[in-house]
Design a protein around this ligand. Structure first.
Ligand SMILES: Cc1ncc(COP(=O)(O)O)c(C=O)c1O
Length: 378
């Protein structure tokens, strides 16, 4: 259980890996039969600070995933090697590519890291944005490459023309996070597609779609079709966000087989057994995932309504978080929000008077809305 958030017991059992351990010790205790919570922990009254800083899915994994992981618990003394090819096959079918286009990672973070280490060794440049998600670009930097960070445009979206203008013979990769973290903005699909087709003729393009499954129109915006068509484009996805499996550390990349071949030797470990079975079951639970997306959108809309009421500017969000103008130093704002029981995200330079808040449960968001009304009006 996260030390800063006291959820009621039922929520805790649903959302925590500890629930699985507890269930192993007490096999007859089902999720549905979790003991009723003490009054102080009733739904709607989170007691400690609410955790809205990591862009997790507050509704947790699909019940099918929980049940599959629970069934698998007695076999955790075995390696997952016989099950991982099944997950790869399932993902490949879903993405419409042959299995040799898929690389599993310990979170999609491992795909970003290995890609960054592999290309970073060429000691050239990687083009990205500021503010943006920096896991891949930092890996390149660690290997001796230089990060060229292009400012976002006035709507806090990627400025593809400005990024293209930065390409030189030293450019070894371009990283685009769509929707962007921390701003949540999406790049217009037709423009991004044309950009990728043109640029990937000379420079590998990495599209991080960690949050695209939270967006209103996934199908219109995913760039996976470009991988299918043979372009030198890599798309990363994760089970950490909409699928609610952040603690199980599982994600994947879809890429050309030649890129998959060179990345695999850079992997530092393997995905874990419960993550694999949880991911497989999640892929089969479209109804749960659709419901989670709808709840996240409702949370996003409600937060925007509060920001509008408070006269705040915000970036047009398509992920499970909202980025908005606080009008005061973020360090001060963080402290004020914490005093109101809300943990917001870290600072994102250079926008140090802006804040990212993840969408929580309706109960958590009620605490957040009240805090915003108090903090932003004083
Ligand atoms: C844009 C983006 N990409 C990738 C990741 C890595 O997530 P994971 O390793 O859990 O898949 C994150 C995590 O927050 C993220 O925000």
């Amino acid at each position: 259980m996260h030390s800063t958030l006291r959820l009621n017991r039922r929520q805790w059992f649903k959302s925590s890996g500890a629930a699985l351990a507890a269930l192993a010790l007490a096999p007859r205790l089902s999720l549905r039969a979790a003991p009723s919570a003490p009054a102080a922990d009733a739904p709607g009254s989170p007691v400690g600070p609410v955790q809205l800083s990591f862009n997790e899915n507050p509704f947790g994994p699909s019940p099918l995933a929980l049940a599959a992981m629970q069934r698998e618990l007695p076999r955790v003394h075995r390696y997952p090697f016989s099950l991982t090819p099944k997950l790869v096959k399932q993902i490949a079918e879903r993405e419409g590519v042959p299995e040799n286009h898929i690389v599993l990672g310990v979170g999609s973070g491992e795909i970003l890291e290995t890609y960054g280490v592999y290309l970073g060794r060429q000691q050239g440049e990687v083009i990205s944005v500021s503010p943006g998600y920096m896991q891949m670009t930092k890996a390149m930097e660690r290997m001796g490459s230089r990060v060229v960070a292009v400012p976002l445009n006035e709507r806090l979206e990627h400025d593809l023309d400005a990024m293209a203008a930065k390409i030189t013979p030293s450019t070894k990769a371009i990283y685009i996070c769509n929707p962007n973290n921390p701003t949540g903005t999406i790049v217009p699909a037709a423009k991004l597609r044309a950009f990728c087709i043109e640029v990937s003729k000379t420079v590998p393009v990495f599209i991080d779609e960690a949050y695209l499954q939270c967006a209103d129109d996934f199908a219109a915006n995913t760039m996976v079709g470009l991988v299918r068509d043979g372009h030198n484009v890599t798309v990363a996805r994760t089970f950490s966000k909409l699928y609610g499996l952040a603690g199980q550390r599982i994600g994947y990349g879809i890429m050309q087989p030649a890129m998959a071949e060179v990345l695999r030797p850079f992997m530092t470990g393997s995905v874990n057994l419960l993550g694999v079975v949880g991911a497989r079951a999640s892929l089969d639970d479209a109804a749960y995932v659709d419901a989670a997306r709808a709840k996240i959108k409702a949370g996003r809309d409600a937060l925007i309504a509060v920001l509008k009421e408070l006269g705040r500017r915000y970036a047009e969000p398509q992920g499970n978080f909202v980025f908005f103008h606080t009008g005061r130093p973020i360090a001060e704002f963080q402290q004020r929000m914490l005093a109101e029981n809300v943990i917001v995200a870290r600072p994102f330079a250079p926008l140090l008077e802006w804040c990212r808040i993840s969408i929580g449960t309706p109960e958590e968001m009620a605490v957040c809305h009240a805090a915003l009304r108090k903090v932003l009006q004083t």
